[in-house]
Design a protein around this ligand. Structure first.
Ligand code: FE2
Length: 661
């Protein structure tokens, strides 16, 4: 296919047309032929011609008028006129009105060819030349000033001003697509646009966007009949960014000035491409900054998730953290515990009716995890109120999303978030919501796992304590009884919180060292020999050795080691005295001795409660800490020891609330 331009030959003389056409086609040009102004209009409605050869006299018009129409449609067209009535004045007038050249009839084939080839060469030079002022502005827009160093608004404004200057435009506008890419928004408006109204600008921007490329326009072409006669000139091009368009840039000139040419449009497209690049870079830079800020925020929030292993604390922290990113109206943590008791915790807006939430939650949860499990998890839900969230209407049911709380393939439960505005509102812009949810799920799973591990420890150690008790058939409940008395005394003297939990465990495990004492010695009916007594006395230290590897029981060791010390310093294993003996050990000594004296032993029957109380009193200050012994006596006098065993013994293990988690 020839890359030579298509040429329109216009003459009412078929012989002239035939000769010219033959000459041009022979050289490789594509040629269309018109014999009248009407036919010319038909050709121009569908094609553009860089070069038109036109007779000055036509049946329905004259060459000068036709040239004006042709250049109105395409100012870049080079018109070469020919006529048989050579006249210097006519030639001058033709050139003044914009004709590229003038040939007199009769002409030779070479004359025609020479004129056309000269026009073609000049046209090429015309399109490929860039002026020094244009080069300066291009440099300013592309090299010397980068958009990322300034605000977007300032940069666009600068870009608009420079572009308007480059094209001597009376007005320049930049329209950018909005965030949802559904509308063009006027972003830059430079110069006086009074020669075109807003409707015209709107149509021009839409038309340019629809064209997907560059466009030279006048108001009449966009249907603005009011301005059809103004001869204002516009050009527009899309602002490209890869395969997409970010918007359009439009320039306008009033009728007082020359119309924009194709060459202008090509240069504008170059500017627009640079603008597209810069906008894209700016967006990437901004996205990166936003992402970094979001990531920092997510890190800050998630770092708080692991500050505690206490389940209610973790859930509260996680809920607060999630709320800073996810605008849920209601959220719930539904966890199936190992022993089958569901752990429910729902955070709600105080204005939300509980019934409405749970009816909807049950329905959606049943669909997600099955009716039976949903009913189980939703039974007896504990609620905590969120305050200060503005929910305007509760007419409809909220929609819920479910996030699995699982680790190592094991599902612990679900994090449920609900919104009256629908699921889509829950996860807005942040890309880090999945990361946040993973951290949330992980923190909750960790706390659950910790709880389970701790429980396993306790179950194991309790089993060991029970194994010790089982070694002596006459003292099968000794550890449990000592624990009950210890807790009663702890409550009497005001030991609370973690210290009470430590004391509780110390009491439960105080004789754990007896595992290392032969059963024949523990169950010996008669008096122990000196050697046997020495062995018995090793059990406090052995107990410490057994528990020492378990970090969680670090605080119990002093009490276990010293529970056979005497206040006067005659006990074992370290012969500590007075307040050198740890408080917990002094408490254990009282509780331990009381249970020993009120229980039957293999070598004797119980001497009875009164005897035990008398012994406690008589030995206070020598064997026992005086104040603790007297306090304990008060407890037993106020309530029967059986009542104490019943009260404290029944909550020793079954009730999780008291366990030292
Ligand atoms: Fe003991």
């Amino acid at each position: 296919m020839s890359d030579l331009p298509r040429i329109l030959v216009v003459d009412d003389d078929p012989v002239v047309c035939s000769v010219v056409t033959e000459t041009l086609r022979h050289t490789g040009y594509s040629v269309d032929v018109a014999h009248s102004g009407k036919e010319v209009s038909q050709f121009l409605s569908s094609k553009t011609y860089p070069i038109v050869l036109c007779d000055i006299l036509l049946p329905d018009t004259n060459g000068l008028e036709l040239m004006s129409e042709i250049r109105e449609l395409n100012p870049d067209t080079f018109v070469i006129l020919f006529t048989g009535h050579a006249s210097v004045d006519l030639a001058k007038e033709a050139i003044r009105q914009g004709a590229y050249d003038f040939i007199t009839k009769p002409f030779t084939n070479d004359e025609i060819l020479e004129a056309v080839q000269k026009a073609e060469r000049e046209q090429r030079v015309h399109f490929s030349t860039i002026t020094s002022s244009e080069l300066r502005i291009l440099h300013e827009l592309t090299v010397s000033r980068k958009m990322t160093k300034f605000s977007k608004k300032a940069s666009l404004s600068y870009f608009g001003k420079k572009t308007a200057e480059s094209f001597s435009a009376d007005s320049l506008r930049i329209y950018l697509l909005n965030k949802t890419e559904t509308m063009l928004e006027k972003t830059v408006d430079i110069g006086h646009g009074s020669f075109a109204d807003e409707v015209t600008w709107y149509f021009l921007s839409s038309r340019t966007m629809q064209s997907g490329g560059e466009i030279l326009l006048d108001p009449s072409s966009v249907g603005n009949t009011d301005m059809a006669g103004t001869r204002a000139s516009f050009m527009g091009t899309i602002i490209p960014a890869g395969e997409k368009s970010l918007g359009v840039i439009l320039a306008g000139r009033s009728q007082r000035r020359d119309r924009f040419k194709t060459r202008d449009l090509k240069l504008l497209a170059l500017y627009a491409a640079e603008l597209g690049n810069q906008l894209q870079n700016l967006k990437m830079t901004n996205d990166l900054l936003v992402n970094n800020k979001e990531l920092e925020k997510v890190n800050l929030v998630t770092s708080r998730f692991s500050l505690s292993l206490d389940i209610p604390t973790v859930i509260s922290t996680v809920a607060d953290g999630l709320r800073t990113f996810i605008p849920f109206d209601v959220a719930g943590f539904f966890v199936s515990l190992e022993n089958g008791t569901p752990y429910n915790f729902v955070l709600m807006n105080e204005a939300i009716t509980r019934e409405k939430v749970f009816a909807s939650l049950k329905k959606q949860m049943s669909r997600k995890i099955g009716k039976a499990l949903a009913s189980q998890l939703l039974a007896d839900v504990h609620s905590e109120v969120f305050i200060g969230k503005d929910i305007r209407s509760f007419e409809n049911s909220p929609e819920f999303t479910f996030t699995e709380l699982s680790d190592f393939g094991k599902i612990h439960g679900w994090l449920v978030m609900g919104s009256w505005a629908g699921r889509s509102r829950l996860f807005p812009s942040s890309k880090f919501i999945p990361l946040l949810l993973r951290h949330a799920a992980s923190a909750i799973c960790n706390s659950l796992q910790y709880r389970e591990n701790h429980r396993n420890y306790l179950e194991t150690i309790t089993a060991m304590a029970q194994a010790v008790d089982a070694k002596d058939k006459y003292t099968s409940d000794h550890s449990r009884n000592v624990t009950a008395y210890t807790l009663a005394l702890a409550d009497k003297i005001g030991i609370t919180n973690q210290a009470r939990k430590d004391l509780w465990n110390a009491a439960l495990l105080h004789d754990i060292g007896k595992i290392g004492v032969p059963e024949v010695i523990l169950n010996k009916p008669g008096m122990l020999t000196e050697e046997e007594y020495v062995i018995i006395k090793t059990h406090p230290a052995k107990g410490c050795s057994i528990l020492k590897p378990i970090k969680a029981f670090k605080n119990l060791l002093p009490a276990i080691r010293s529970h056979h010390e005497r206040y006067d310093g005659n006990g074992y294993p370290d012969k500590l005295s007075g307040t050198d003996i740890p408080l917990f050990a002094r408490i254990l000594t009282v509780a331990d001795s009381f249970d020993a004296m009120t229980s039957n032993r293999v070598y004797r029957k119980s001497p009875g409660v009164e005897f035990a109380l008398k012994q406690l009193k008589e030995n206070s200050g020598t064997q026992f800490d005086r104040e603790l012994a007297l306090a304990f006596i008060e407890i037993i006098k106020a309530r029967s020891y059986k009542e104490i065993l019943l009260t404290y013994g029944s909550v020793l293990f079954e009730n999780q609330q008291g366990l030292p988690y």
